[in-house]
Design a protein around this ligand. Structure first.
Ligand code: NAP
Length: 327
């Protein structure tokens, strides 16, 4: 039985403080400020067997750690981890699915309503004393009533969003690479086709090369002048320049965004627009849910270094046949 307190785990960059405390109490933790392994001693590089982190793990960091066995990602999306490189080297990657699904779906519905009914602007109207001074906030040109919603990425989070929206009485359609057999929502085999069929497009698909700039000028044009885009997935999935252009020219009506192409940098042209609601990537950001995510990171590392299979390995590593038993 391995004494976990002797297992060296690297935490590169900033990490969820509560999870970091538990990691330190359980393992032998080494920290570095960023992703540059050259700040480690040769002895540390040789000894590190795991990484716990919530941002990116480039191939160069994996290559600098010859005895790395597992990357435990804090987050369900692991587009920042070079998972193809990990799988090729036999390194396990884990993520934190399910425990954040309901929180992110709640955030999405909130963002949708904020965008369509202009709640942030209406609230500013009250706080600035304008209700009293100028009168009621304007009647909103947009409403959720009569809208048709399309979801790109009807996975765990997408389905939780769809189930909530059923209660709002709006028809739902979706686009995945393949149709689901367990839902009756209309399936579109292209994103363009989905955008043509709806006026409200919610992105809940993973980031990465396969979805990069998938929401482009043509998709936005298809969404149309009453169109609303909600992005809770990844900023890279939307061509941000094309989106700004579409919002400025009225090609679509409004956008609610929790994620951006180059976080935490948000283009001034986006923040200047009155028809955007912008959140600083807070989809899962409650104490409750972040704690649950942290617990899953720890559970994956504990299982692996106790000789058991991790709780939530990513699909690419399972497909590549990477397992604890295979070591
Ligand atoms: P999931 O269960 O794996 O669902 C992903 C869905 O996207 C699946 O239905 C998948 O269906 C579809 N998909 C994957 N690649 C696609 C492609 N190239 N084109 C079209 N559809 C594609 O993942 P999840 O747990 O719902 O999480 C989804 C994403 O949400 C994460 O990857 C992350 O980026 C994002 N997220 C954001 C926040 C936030 O704070 N804003 C928080 C958590 C997660 P097919 O396989 O059939 O294509």
């Amino acid at each position: 039985m391995t004494d976990l307190s002797t297992v060296k785990i690297l935490v590169p960059g900033r990490f969820h403080p509560e999870t970091f405390e538990t990691l330190q109490a359980t393992f032998d933790v080494v920290t570095i400020p960023g992703r540059d392994a050259s700040v480690l001693t040769e002895e540390q590089r040789q000894a590190i067997r795991g990484i716990a982190q919530g941002g990116s793990v480039p191939a160069s960091l994996m290559d600098a750690l010859p005895n790395l066995e597992i990357v435990a990602n804090f987050g369900v999306g692991y587009d920042g981890v070079d998972v193809a490189h990990a799988a090729a080297k036999g390194i396990m990657v884990t993520n934190t699915p399910d425990v954040l699904t309901e929180e992110v779906a709640d955030t999405t519905v909130g963002l949708l309503l904020m965008t369509v009914r202009e709640f942030p602007a209406a609230e500013r109207h009250l706080r600035e004393g304008r209700w009293h001074g100028e009168g009621a906030y304007r009647l909103t040109p947009m409403t959720l009533r009569g809208r048709r919603v399309g979801i790109m990425g009807l996975g765990r989070i997408g389905l939780a969003i769809a189930r909530r929206l059923e209660g709002f009485g709006v028809p739902i359609a979706y686009h995945n690479r393949s149709p689901r057999s367990d839902v009756a929502y209309a399936y579109h085999d292209t994103l363009q086709g989905l955008a043509e069929a709806v006026d409200t497009l919610i992105i809940a698909a993973p980031g990465g090369a396969a979805t990069e700039k998938a929401v482009d000028a043509a998709v936005l044009k298809a969404l149309g002048p009453d169109g609303v885009l909600i992005n809770i997935g990844r900023g890279t999935t939307v061509d941000e320049a094309a989106l700004i252009e579409a919002l400025e020219t009225g090609t679509i009506a409004a956008a609610g965004l929790d994620v951006f192409e180059n976080e935490p940098h948000v283009p001034e042209r986006l923040t200047a627009l009155p028809n955007t609601v912008l959140l600083p990537h807070v989809g899962s950001a409650s104490r409750h849910t972040r704690r649950e995510m942290g617990n899953l990171v720890i559970a994956n590392l504990k299982a692996w270094f106790s000789g058991e299979e991790p709780v939530s390995p990513v699909a690419e590593c399972v497909k590549a046949g990477i397992s604890r038993a295979g070591r």
